[in-house]
Design a binder for this molecule. Structure first.
Ligand code: SF4
Length: 366
């Protein structure tokens, strides 16, 4: 045990983690709110090292948003538009195929595709989209749709969630994205995302997908109106779901971006808060392999630091991002694989290029 931990008020939590004892919600709250951020990081780093060793991953991927038209109006959302808005957009399947082809030239292995709940596109558009993109390259992994999009597609298709997911899977869907979890607590959800699916509905979509043999990630949008206890409640529900269905490949905490939306937040997440949130997730979510430091929200420099606060993944090259940038993110639109590799090496870790399921594609010298 390091001197740092021996002297810390968090020593008892470290002892639990060292003995592989699951920490309680109260322990997690102490980690999340502790002023001893270095001790929090040391505990998370210990848990991370035991789980995944010295490796830290990234993926060469491209985001595509097929449309930002949405029938809902979540207050925190800076991305959605109505048909009357001049900056709304909608891509044809041909547009998407062109973007996919261009991105294959830079070596992507994954397309990450989400959009709003479009008011008029039929279910067939989504099936045709998946089929067309699979035809571009059968090896290209398609990680598409949030849980609320799946519920919307089921409604369009007039089918159950299971049947809808099965059809999408047959068309070529490889994985679900984790977006849309926001904060699960119903009173917070009501204030920031009225009309959106409940926590139970979000988790039921992922549950159904996992039971079909599918894999997905999950997220938490934090640093707006929620309290620390709401974050722990959110993590608890994810840990319980993972105990039940086991299909989450990783957890991606998303720091709130405060511009161009209707949630007045004068105090968005600080760097320390972001590091503590990642570290708490690593220690509390003991049934998750991978915790991502999402550079689009944090910036690559802080994401790199997070590799020593429990994170073991930097997400992807992205290429074109709308959702966080429309909310005020000042990060670049893309980072190259070499920039990711450099950041991981500088953090003292071994870079690994991964696929959608976090399997290694390329091991790179540390
Ligand atoms: S968060 Fe998603 S569902 Fe809500 S308004 Fe934005 S695009 Fe629509």
């Amino acid at each position: 045990m390091s001197f740092l931990i021996r002297k810390s008020e968090l020593r008892d939590i470290h002892e639990k983690v060292a003995e592989d004892i699951r920490i309680s919600d109260e322990d997690a709250l102490r980690l999340l709110t502790s002023k001893d951020v270095n001790a929090v990081g040391a505990i998370a780093n210990f848990a991370r090292q035991r789980k995944v060793g010295n490796r830290a991953s990234f993926i060469v991927n491209r985001y595509i948003n097929y449309s930002n038209y949405c029938i809902l109006s979540c207050k925190f959302c800076s991305f959605s538009r109505k048909k009357r808005d001049q900056d709304g957009f909608q891509l044809s399947i041909e547009d998407m195929v062109t973007k996919a082809r261009e991105a294959l030239d830079i070596g992507i292995t994954e397309l990450h595709i989400v959009g709003g709940l479009h008011p008029s596109l039929p279910f067939e558009y989504y099936l045709d989209m998946i089929r067309a993109l699979k035809q571009v390259d059968a090896g290209l992994q398609l990680k598409c749709f949030t849980a609320i999009e799946i519920l919307h597609l089921a409604w369009l298709a007039k089918k159950s969630t299971d049947e809808t997911l099965q059809e999408l899977k047959i068309a070529g869907l490889d994985a679900l994205t984790g977006g849309g979890a926001e904060i699960f607590d119903p009173s917070v959800r009501k204030q920031i995302a009225v009309g959106k699916e409940s926590a139970e509905e979000y988790l039921s979509v992922h549950d159904a997908w996992h039971r079909l043999g599918g894999r997905s990630t999950c997220t938490m949008l934090y640093g707006h109106i929620e309290k620390p206890t709401d974050r722990i409640d959110h993590l608890r529900r994810l840990r319980e779901q993972q105990d039940r269905s086991g299909g989450f490949t990783g957890f991606i905490p998303l720091p709130f971006q405060p511009e161009n939306n209707e949630i007045p937040v004068s105090d968005p997440p600080t760097g320390t808060d972001q590091l503590r949130t990642i570290a708490t997730a690593r220690v509390y979510l003991d049934n998750f392999e991978h915790i991502t430091a999402y550079w689009i929200g944090m910036g690559l420099n802080l994401a790199q630091v997070a590799l020593n606060y429990g994170a073991d993944d930097l997400h992807g090259t992205i290429v074109e991002e709308h959702i966080f940038h429309m909310a005020g993110s000042r990060t670049p639109q893309a980072h190259t694989a070499n920039e990711m590799i450099h950041a991981i090496r500088e953090a003292g870790r071994q870079p690994v290029q991964r696929d959608t399921f976090y399997q290694a594609i390329r091991e790179i010298e540390a």
